[in-house]
Ligand binder design. Sequence first.
Ligand code: PEP
Length: 253
Amino acid sequence: MRQPLVAGNWKMHGSLATNQRLLDKAGLAGLSGARFAVCVPFPYLFQVGQALAGTAIAWGAQTLSEHDSGAYTGEVAGPMLRDFGCRYVLAGHSERRSIYGERDPQVAAKFVAAQRAGLTPILCVGETLAERESGATEAVVGSQLDAVIDAAGAKALAEAVVAYEPVWAIGTGKTATPGQAQAVHEFIRARVAKAAGDALASGLAILYGGSVKASNAAELFAQRDVDGGLIGGASLVADDFVAICRAAAAKGH
Ligand code: PEP
């Protein structure tokens, strides 16, 4: 059985003081049945690693360079993230795609760089509202997946994590219905199965992201192909994040 995963995305939020308060309250001790992680801004990796070492919560970053080292001012490489104990890194978050112009080939190169460094990439895919309304959801998500399959291979994708994040649901308070989420998750698994085979595809963790809250997590996670969530805003509120983690842990038992 797939073990659910809940990953928090702190985005560009936090300070040493507020992080410490959040970490102190994150109390996931005793929770089992799922995996938990937080993806935090680069400068706080050391603080978060110190606080979470030896706990059930892994940590990671929100992007990385596609290069391992070199003259790339301002960039952070996968091996540097490993140095700080990161297990996960996001690749292709919609804010990276829309604000920083990351396109499929660069996202795929970052995915490959993450695995090369021994990190587990969480590949974010998803359609805009206009794309959904024009019936292009599967075409968009399919080509985002194919770019990574072409660059990394289907097996590599199946060993990573995919997060379906409809752009219209991120940070907007609008959540996909459980049925909408399940339909796209099923499509993603089928696409990976076609390329990598049923056995590998059935082990792939596919997270839902987009305004997941304590109040809607359980019904989303109850869907057959929804294996947990990528959580933005609610990951900054300790009680909400813990409640979402509990919902995932309940599914995993
Ligand atoms: C995200 O940042 O990936 C996200 C899903 O944000 P939110 O939960 O705030 O919609």
